[in-house]
Write a protein that binds this ligand. Structure first.
Ligand code: NAD
Length: 274
């Protein structure tokens, strides 16, 4: 059977761990040419090596997706490495910075909008020339080549979650962006969709411990979920367990592959039924 992403240039952010890492490895097994990014060099390097060891093609771009100029550099690296065409973008990089509304700082609020909304917007804008010009040429030639954008959201965005006003606002915001871009770029054969995950077992959803932090801009930001919340989540999930990063990645592959060529502007909840 032909591989689903054979020769497709795929950009994935936050590819060093968790869902992004599993997506990178799955895409590699489907023949993708990968442009992977993460703000942490070591895990990113390991994923790039793993893809190459398995005979795949990957290049790594270390950087913070919220940094000025990151989006342009990321897209430029893709073009320099694999040529002036981009087929798939997975906006996955993200983290949480929880707090109740009455104690939330401006910095905490804005950090979530920047990483979950502004960064995907900037990456897509930077990639626009390579997507739109190729699509227009193909249209003039009477050819149909589908391209794909997958934005990673959360059920905190679709349904709200106490203690995550900043995160849930940002994860809802990216859904508005997804639906609008589906309308703007549909005529150019770009499918634009989002996945809203429930509880996927990654670093982000480990039981909260003192030492589970993200180090960013000189700050130590605590991540993880209180154990008693995880116990409640488990009860609310009909399948009775969290999802694995590999299970999460398969839905992203669906939205990046020809299997979803007639799906656009949608949000798929991947929650084990929660
Ligand atoms: N795990 C879940 O249950 C769950 C649920 C809903 C949504 N999500 C979303 O899935 C995405 C992936 O999360 P995960 O669970 O795999 O977490 P993770 O911590 O295992 O992996 C996220 C990766 O993104 C990178 N990253 C974070 N912020 C970055 C930045 N500013 N610039 C560059 N890289 C950055 C991290 O270094 C890390 O390697 C996130 O957008 C998250 O909000 C996760």
């Amino acid at each position: 059977m032909e591989k689903m992403l054979e020769g497709k240039v795929c950009l994935i952010t936050g590819a060093g761990r968790g869902i992004g890492r599993a997506t990178a490895l799955l895409f590699a097994s489907e023949g993708a040419k990968l442009v992977l990014s993460d703000m942490d060099q070591q895990p990113l390097g390991e994923v790039v090596s793993q893809v190459k060891d398995q005979g795949g093609k990957a290049v790594g771009v270390v950087g913070d997706v919220t940094a000025d100029g990151f989006a342009e550099g990321f897209v430029q690296r893709a073009v320099e490495t694999f040529g002036p065409d981009i087929h798939v973008i997975v906006n996955n990089a993200g983290y949480t910075w929880d707090g109740v509304v009455h104690k939330m700082t401006d910095e905490q609020w804005e950090a979530m909008l920047r990483v979950h909304c502004t960064a995907p917007f900037r990456i897509i804008r930077a990639a626009a020339p390579y997507i739109r010009e190729n699509a227009k040429r193909e249209r003039a030639e009477g050819r149909v080549v589908m391209r794909k954008i997958v934005n990673v959201s959360s059920i905190a965005g679709t349904d709200g979650n106490a203690g995550q006003a900043n995160y849930s606002t940002a994860k809802a915001g990216i859904l508005g962006f997804t639906k609008t871009l589906a309308k703007e770029w549909g005529p150019l054969n770009v499918n634009v969709n989002a996945v809203a995950f429930g509880w996927i077992e990654t670093r982000l959803t480990q039981p909260k411990k003192e030492e589970t932090v993200i180090e960013k801009d000189g700050k130590r930001i605590p991540i993880g979920v209180p154990k008693e919340h995880l116990d409640v989540f488990r009860l609310m999930i009909p399948l009775g367990r969290p999802g694995t990063p590999e299970e999460a990645a398969r839905v992203i592959l669906f939205l990046a592959s020809p299997l979803s060529d007639y799906v656009s502007g949608q949000v798929i909840k991947v929650t084990g039924g929660w």
